[in-house]
Design a protein around this ligand. Structure first.
Ligand code: GDP
Ligand code: GDP
Length: 455
């Protein structure tokens, strides 16, 4: 589980600026779910070693009416879902009545909120900050979101108390030593086959997640189910299939139906993102009867960004004409090009067709993500790639790749050492990534190549 940080404050205080800064290092894939969430944005943040989910809320004034009130209530819900609330104010404006209204709300719900005075660049920061103690929320943290000043220490202050509850937020990657031959050290200690495979089923509302979950559970022996949690949490359902242990991460609330407001609470972006973070393999469900939306692509993007293996299930394949099916396949080819390494299954969760085959791809993706790969094999593949296609010249000198070794697993990371490697153009990096993928027979998992300058 990762902690959730919500940015709240009236418009123009710099929420988007901070959001962009926090999510940038991880490709800033933003899940925008229009209609469902208004203009709330969700992002995966990886900042200064901290790993968390950040929500940029619509601006709240604190005195909204009508449609604005509805939007404000969306922001207030984001506050409920968050572990940490960063209440942003504009250091140059001083306290406004909207700031006061928001502060009053935060005090009334008793949630820990940090007052963040933004835009302290070029002004007397101490004097500007001093004003905001009047909000009655304790310490005031001065930052300049546009330049990054103060952001690190702010995060440290709000995250240190959470480290115990969220050990995953400071990931210590399985870093191999740079000595050749020792790279399998950590990996060899883990027996991935003996661990239950954590499988999340995610997708937009109504694509058929619950139907698929029920179908899978109906066919299998369910060991235990219905572990209570909050609406933000998924339910973890241990199950067994063909002698293998799984934990199904149910984002659809199958085991909670009737207990919560179905249309509103059933789907939660936070729950989906948390489930992705928890999973080893993610089944991304798409509705064949709807055109592929940005929301579908964003969810897939999230899973890949998080380094998760994925299988794509195109559901509701029953009862479609052949022409319609061909049309859907063309559309998929066009829009899913960026995940051409993921298996796509055409299924009917309702009738059960194709559901069993999903598991072959799930296991394949998991095996791909956790396979052991030795230094000599990786270096050989790298050399073959170079033979077929020389690295380019940079400033008149050819980039030299020396050797490759595994840097971690799940997802696989390949570390390549050489000279001028940090100047390798993106096109050549992609060529190498694809070459490794094909040569290793990796399916369904993103593979990451990193470069290290040899000394
Ligand atoms: P939001 O409406 O709260 O999301 O605010 P934005 O992030 O869109 O920022 C509003 C304006 O404040 C923009 O013009 C930003 O460029 C500016 N801004 C944001 N952060 C800073 C900062 O640290 N310093 C200064 N001087 N301007 C900032
Ligand atoms: P969720 O919101 O993603 O959990 O979606 P549900 O599982 O609740 O399904 C939404 C609707 O789609 C329901 O009316 C289901 O009966 C229907 N549905 C789900 N799977 C299929 C399928 O494979 N074929 C057809 N025709 N309908 C389906």
């Amino acid at each position: 589980m990762l902690p959730v940080v919500a940015l709240v404050g009236r418009p123009n205080v710099g929420k988007s600026t901070l959001f962009n800064r926090l999510t940038r290092t991880r490709d800033a894939l933003v899940a925008d779910f229009p209609g469902l969430t208004r203009d709330r944005k969700y992002g995966q943040a990886d900042y200064d070693g901290y790993h968390f989910i950040v929500i940029d809320t619509a601006g709240v004034h604190g005195d909204e009416q009508g449609i604005d009130a509805e939007m404000a209530s969306q922001s207030l819900r984001a506050i409920d879902e968050a572990d940490v609330v960063l209440f942003m104010v504009d250091a140059r404006d001083g306290i406004t009545s909207a700031d006061q209204a928001i502060a009053q709300h935060l005090r009334s719900i008793g949630k820990k909120a940090y007052v963040v005075a933004n835009k302290i660049d070029g002004i007397d920061a101490d004097a500007a900050q001093a004003d905001f103690y009047e909000l009655g929320l304790g310490e005031v943290y001065g930052i300049a979101a546009a330049h990054g000043r103060g952001v690190e220490s702010l995060l440290q202050r709000c995250f240190d108390p959470l480290l115990e509850d969220y050990p995953d937020m400071s990931p210590t990657p399985v870093e191999a030593t740079d000595e050749e031959g020792e790279d399998e050290l950590h990996h060899s200690e883990i027996d991935y086959d003996a661990l239950p495979l954590k499988l999340a089923i995610v997708g937009r509302p109504n694509v058929g997640k619950s139907t698929l979950t029920n179908r899978i559970l109906g066919e299998e022996r369910v060991v235990v189910y219905d572990m209570p949690g909050t609406t933000r949490d998924s339910v973890f359902i241990p199950m067994e299939r063909d002698g293998r242990d799984y934990i199904l991460i149910d984002t659809a609330g199958v085991r909670r139906r009737g207990r919560i407001d179905e249309t509103v609470e059933k789907f939660s972006v936070i729950k989906t993102l948390q489930a992705i973070e928890e999973a080893n393999v993610v089944i991304c469900v798409i509705d064949a009867r709807e055109t592929i939306s940005d929301q579908d692509l964003n969810l897939i993007g999230f899973a890949l960004n998080a380094g998760r293996s994925i299988v794509i299930a195109v559901n509701k394949w029953d009862g479609l004409s052949n022409d319609h099916r061909e049309e859907i396949k063309r559309e998929l080819d066009r829009r899913l090009g960026f995940v051409d390494f993921a298996r796509v299954h055409f299924i009917s969760a309702l009738h059960g067709s194709g559901v069993g085959n999903l598991f072959e791809s799930v296991l394949e993706a998991y095996a791909s993500a956790t396979q052991r790969i030795g230094t000599s094999k990786l270096t050989r593949i790298m050399e073959m790639a170079i033979d077929e296609h020389q690295p380019p010249l940079v400033r008149g000198r050819r980039v030299k790749l020396k050797y490759a070794h595994a840097g971690g697993y799940n997802p696989p990371r390949v570390i390549i050492h050489g000279n001028q490697v940090n100047d390798l153009p993106g096109a050549y990096q992609r060529y190498l990534t694809n070459y490794f993928r094909k040569s290793l027979g990796v399916m369904g998992t993103p593979i990451k190549i990193e470069f290290r300058e040899s000394s």
